[in-house]
Ligand binder design. Sequence first.
Ligand SMILES: Nc1ncnc2c1ncn2[C@@H]1O[C@H](COP(=O)(O)OP(=O)(O)O)[C@@H](O)[C@H]1O
Ligand SMILES: [Mg+2]
Length: 275
Amino acid sequence: MTVTEQNVPELSAAGLRLAYDGRVVVDDLDLTVPPGKVTVIVGANACGKSTLLRALARLLSPRAGRVLLDGRALSSIPTRALARRLGILPQSPVAPEGLTVGELVGQGRSPHQTWWRQWSADDERAVARALECTGMTDLAGRAVDELSGGQRQRAWIAMAVAQETPVLLLDEPTTYLDLAHQVDVLDLVVDLNRDEGRTVLMVLHDLNQACRYADHIVAMKAGRVVARGAPREVVTAALVADVFGLECEIVPDPVSGTPLVIPIGRHHRAPGAPA
Ligand SMILES: Nc1ncnc2c1ncn2[C@@H]1O[C@H](COP(=O)(O)OP(=O)(O)O)[C@@H](O)[C@H]1O
Ligand SMILES: [Mg+2]
């Protein structure tokens, strides 16, 4: 395969070790985020997904190994240049008290501004569009800290959209959202990927949504990558048992054909099925 602009990874990590104080949470991790695709990280609680995402956005420095963005060490990229290339929605972002939705989303434009070019028509357009596609236009004047959990989550997503970065990292973007809004947000993420070619890396809790929306799945367990690839190849009953300690059956999703994980649990085994 010839290497073109299209398949040169923008974001990759090699030999990554991440720790808090003395405790190593992620170790010897290699990751290549396929450019122009949607990659979803799955794994049990506390396996290091958010820690990894934060390191990929330089919110946490590695103890060993390195992260490369556009072929450069992440550590060598000036902050504003980084913020024009890569946006992150952390797991539990907190907005300053009283900040309005419009102001929050406007902050997504600050990496694009300079002392000689402050707020521009481009910024105005980007903010209006981000509010529109997240359904937040009518709430633009409201304070972020007075919104419901789901509205607040959409305000943050709008900020990340307004930043217009080629690489977008999202840590559980569907938290707090009802099912209809979960689907809206995931559809929006796919639009950003398909229509604008953005590379997306997100953490999702719901394996079935991960299977539907990911081109590429990365399964983590105890700070390491245990499987990666297309959902149909990666998400098997054996993987779910290994990663989540959950016995399940996998059937094709009747809508998308992707793997649909049916957990068994202790109370619902089919009569006559082997224990
Ligand atoms: N700021 C922190 N300080 C110390 N330990 C942390 C911090 N953040 C996360 N951890 C620990 O690191 C491990 C991985 O956490 P995290 O990356 O948030 O997991 P996940 O996102 O997969 O649920 C957990 O054991 C967690 O308690
Ligand atoms: Mg997390």
